[in-house]
Each structure stands twice: as structure tokens, then as C-alpha cells.
Design a protein around this ligand. Structure first.
Ligand SMILES: Nc1ncnc2c1ncn2[C@@H]1O[C@H](COP(=O)(O)OP(=O)(O)OP(=O)(O)O)[C@@H](O)[C@H]1O
Ligand SMILES: [Mg+2]
Length: 264
């Protein structure tokens, strides 16, 4: 059945979010790189920039777009008018957010209170058009982040190998349980990505072991300078090749594994 639908160009869309309320743990880097991994594998993939900072958008777009996510959710334009095909990455599409000064922050602080399902309704429009939908969230756990989690089939938690991230994971588990109960939603949360992981460091191994106790499937990503470089050059990290440098083998393997396991 699935094969027939796929041959007809109708996709069984799955939506995933990357979230931890803590800032700077790699939400944008990991969601953007996984989006590239899917797209480069030939899968129609939509990255939705739900962060008022607009980091994912400035990574993948060279020019300020005409429309943004906030325009779509306020009914000022259609989603198709705002979605942009990313240059040089076939199959990767982005629903952008302008950086600071844009309207997403304003919207989330005012009108969103009455519309917790606005992102869920929006995602419904993408069903069948994109096979993989990835949401990049901002730090914090306010209305905007909650409405994005409500819209997700699964949430993955990126964290750095430090005690504060582990505390953050515990808080997030509780908050997500409350959200699932209040909205009667079966959002899956069974994967953690430990970012900037170095197995030679005991503290990192301890954090890994603590996260493992939560029965999470864990992916480890090393410190990899190619992320920052690819963000500066506005390209997919997988396509970065300069002065003989490319993504580390461990980084590539982690994303290949995530790509294989997350969408099934
Ligand atoms: N594995 C890594 N190796 C090297 N640099 C990394 C790695 N992961 C992330 N970075 C860099 O760390 C910085 C923070 O990452 P990123 O913006 O993805 O975090 P974030 O969780 O999205 O932040 P925010 O909470 O502000 O949205 C970026 O400059 C990014 O390039
Ligand atoms: Mg981010």
C-alpha cells in the first residue's frame, strides 16, 4: 500500500521536532543536517523554521524571503507562497522565519494564546506533499514551542554532555508528559542526541550512561567544525569539501543511522 502511494507521489508524512528548552545545544544544527540527509537521499523534505531567531532560514537562504511562517499562520499568504526550495539541495524546502525584527515573536506573544492548534492545522496541509517534515524550535517552552510539539508525531531531544543539559532533559520529560495528557496526544519521545560528544572524556560517558537509564535510543555527534563552516557558506554539511576537509566519519554515521531509524 505504502509503495503504491509513494509511486503516485502521495507520501505518508511524518513530522518530527527537535527540542530541549535549553539554548545552544544544537537544535538547529541537528534538525538542519537531518533535513539535508533526507533531501540528499531523494526524499521531499520540509524544514519549518519555528524559531524567531531565524537561524535555520539564514543557514539555507541567501536572500530575505518575501513571506514567512508568521504570514502563513496569520492567513496573510498561502504556505506554498512562503515555502522556498533550497538552492543546490534538491528535495529540500524551507518555510522560513525572518530573524530578529520579524513577526513570529510578536505573533507568539499575542494571538497564539487562543490558537494552540495553529501549527498542527498548518502541518495538515503538508500531508502527502512532503514525506519528512522537520520543525526547528527556539529555546524555552512557551506557547510557540508547545504548539509545535502538539503538531509533532515525535520529538527528539538534542543535548550537550553536561549536567545542566541532563537537568533540562528531566524537566522536558515532565513538561512533555503534561502536554501529552492535557491535549490527549501520543507524541513519541524515545531518542536523544548527545551533541559535541567525546568518548574519551569521563564526564561525557557519565552523561551518556545517565541518559541511557531513561531507556532512550542515543545518537552521539562529535564536535565537528564543518557544521559552523557549512552554516557560514549556506550549504549542506554533507556537501562541504574544502581544503580536503569534510564531515567527520562519526558525524556522517550518526546522521545515516538517525535517518534510517527515525522515519520508520
Ligand atoms: N557538533 C558540533 N560541533 C561543532 N559546532 C557545533 C556542533 N553543534 C552545534 N555547533 C555550533 O554551536 C552553535 C549552536 O548550535 P545551534 O545553533 O544548532 O544550537 P541551538 O540549540 O539551535 O541554539 P538555540 O537554542 O539558540 O536555537 C552553532 O554555532 C553551531 O554551528
Ligand atoms: Mg536554534
Amino acid at each position: 500500500m505504502y509503495v503504491i502511494l509513494r509511486l503516485k507521489g502521495l507520501y505518508m508524512t511524518k513530522t518530527i521536532a527537535f527540542h530541549l528548552q535549553k539554548g545552544g545545544v544544537g537544535k538547529t544544527t541537528i534538525s538542519g543536517t537531518l533535513a539535508c540527509q533526507s533531501a540528499l537521499a531523494g526524499i521531499p523534505t520540509l524544514l519549518v523554521d519555528l524559531d524567531p531567531q531565524g537561524n535555520a532560514s539564514s543557514w539555507f537562504l541567501s536572500e530575505t524571503p518575501k513571506h514567512e511562517l508568521a504570514d502563513v499562520i496569520q492567513g496573510k499568504c498561502y504556505a506554498d507562497d512562503a515555502i522556498i526550495q533550497v538552492n543546490n539541495i534538491p528535495n529540500l524546502y524551507i518555510l522560513p522565519t525572518f530573524g530578529i525584527g520579524g513577526t513570529l515573536k510578536q505573533y507568539s506573544e499575542t494571538k497564539l494564546a487562543d490558537e494552540p492548534f495553529v501549527i498542527q492545522d498548518l502541518i495538515q496541509e503538508f500531508k502527502g506533499k512532503y514525506e519528512h517534515v522537520i520543525l526547528d524550535l527556539s529555546p524555552g517552552l512557551g506557547r510557540l514551542e508547545k504548539s509545535a510539539l502538539i503538531a509533532s508525531d515525535e520529538v527528539l531531544t538534542p543535548m550537550t554532555p553536561e549536567a545542566f543539559s541532563l537537568d533540562g532533559l528531566e524537566i522536558f520529560i515532565d513538561e512533555l508528559a503534561r502536554l501529552k495528557k492535557n491535549f490527549r496526544l501520543p507524541i513519541i519521545h524515545e531518542r536523544v542526541v548527545i551533541n559535541s560528544y567525546d568518548e574519551r572524556i569521563k564526564q561525557h560517558r557519565d552523561i551518556y550512561n545517565s541518559a541511557k537509564k531513561g531507556n532512550f535510543r542515543i545518537y552521539m555527534i562529535p564536535v565537528d567544525p564543518v557544521f559552523r563552516k557549512s552554516q557560514e557558506l549556506k550549504i549542506a554539511p554533507q556537501l562541504y569539501r574544502e581544503k580536503g576537509k569534510s564531515l567527520k566519519q562519526k558525524t556522517l554515521l550518526a546522521f545515516e543511522l538517525m535517518e534510517k531509524e527515525v522515519w520508520n
